[in-house]
Design a protein around this ligand. Structure first.
Ligand SMILES: C[S@@+](CC[C@H](N)C(=O)[O-])C[C@H]1O[C@@H](n2cnc3c(N)ncnc32)[C@H](O)[C@@H]1O
Length: 358
């Protein structure tokens, strides 16, 4: 047999590892998994707009639009033809607002949030499906929470060797500062964390080449914005390429900023050669952070927000004037290049199980 034939035959026997995405949102995690070479079989989310967006981009994936608490893992497994222990990767990002350090004052005040229990819903699926690998992502505040300790202990009892790190997505090919907790676990073996990328991507790399907002023909880049004259005046005066409202003389400060000296980033511009700040659900509103375009007198568009999260250029989002609904999905998403980096490491781990492509 010639080399080419041998390679083709090898390819036939190698298969793409399978994955399920819990709390899939608009699909950031799924994009990262697919880019690493996973085959995403199923996904679950409760939010209709997120599911609509997810389906528009990932037609081949079976999606459950349901409260995960009402979904039996056995039903999901049966629908996907999965036997216990045969799934390669269970991945997901249980909603995390209750763990956020912004909300719980750096741990000083524990805010009860029923969504925190969704971590145990994720665990319920791990126990029922017994995947070979598990990846769970969350806000850094989860690390110090007793529920995370309980989660890790249970994973150990079930047979997983898990560990977690708090990582900056900017070090993994995402043009954005975004600290997240990543938990990786392998059944019976540890999955190593991948090393950071050599070079950081910048705001210019991500959005520098886009056509003019409002005239691009891309509805996600053309959603109009409305601001008062006073705010427009302030925006125009913020120095280009990284300037802040604190650069302006006192007479140009808004009354509310004079009273409160905190939140120095609000009405700030991004800088071309730096990474963006964390893209949040408020990223279309310059009063919520450093969300002004480096040069133009406007906030970033939803297309720019998606690109700064590392979504592909043509990723579909709903065409609606309701920016906050789109921004919520984008701000909640996991940056695909960040997920891809970890998923590649998981794939290498899985190749030790046999004929998974690495
Ligand atoms: C952090 S976001 C997930 C982001 C997603 N992994 C991505 O990369 O785009 C959390 C998601 O959990 C979903 N969610 C919240 N409560 C849920 C529940 N009870 N059952 C299923 N999904 C839920 C939300 O609708 C939201 O899309």
């Amino acid at each position: 047999m010639g080399r080419k034939e041998k390679e083709d035959q090898d390819k036939k026997y190698l298969y793409k590892p399978s994955a399920i995405d819990l709390f899939c949102g608009c699909g950031g995690l799924t994009v990262g998994l697919k880019k690493a070479g996973f085959r995403v079989l199923g996904a679950v989310d409760i939010d209709p707009l997120s599911v609509k967006t997810y389906r528009a981009n990932h037609r081949e994936v079976r999606v459950w639009e349901i409260d995960i608490c009402d979904l039996a893992p056995s039903d999901l497994a049966a629908a996907l033809g999965l036997e216990k222990g045969r799934l390669d990767l269970l991945a997901g990002c249980p909603p995390c607002q209750g763990f956020s350090t912004m909300r719980n004052l750096n741990g000083a005040l524990l805010i009860e949030d029923p969504r925190n229990d969704l971590l145990f819903e994720f665990l319920r699926f791990v126990e029922a499906l017994l995947p070979r690998a598990v990846m769970m992502e969350n806000v850094p505040g989860l690390a110090g929470d007793e529920r995370f300790a309980a989660f890790c202990n249970r994973m150990k009892e079930v047979g997983y060797i898990g560990h977690h790190r708090i990582l900056n997505a900017a070090e993994y090919g995402v043009p954005q500062r975004r600290y997240r907790l990543v938990y990786l676990a392998g059944f019976g073996a540890e999955i190593p964390f991948v090393d950071p990328a050599q070079r950081m991507k910048t705001v210019r790399d991500a959005i520098g080449g886009l056509p003019k907002a409002g005239e691009s023909g891309d509805p996600v880049h053309d959603i109009p914005e409305r601001r008062t004259q006073k705010v427009m005046e302030l925006i125009r005066r913020i120095p280009k390429n990284g300037g802040s409202r604190t650069d302006l003389p006192d007479e140009y400060q808004l009354e509310c900023h004079r009273r409160c000296n905190g939140f120095k980033d609000v009405y700030g511009r991004m800088a071309w050669e730096d990474v963006a700040p964390t893209i949040t659900s408020g990223c279309f509103n310059p009063s919520k952070g450093r969300f002004l375009h480096p040069e133009e007198d406007r906030a970033i568009t939803m297309r720019e927000a998606a690109l700064l999260q590392g979504f592909p250029r043509r990723y579909k989002f709903p065409t609606t004037d309701n920016k906050s609904a789109v921004a919520l999905m984008i701000g909640n998403a996991l940056p695909p290049p960040f997920i891809k980096a970890h998923a590649v490491s998981i794939k290498k781990f899985l190749s030790s199980y046999g004929n998974v492509k690495s």
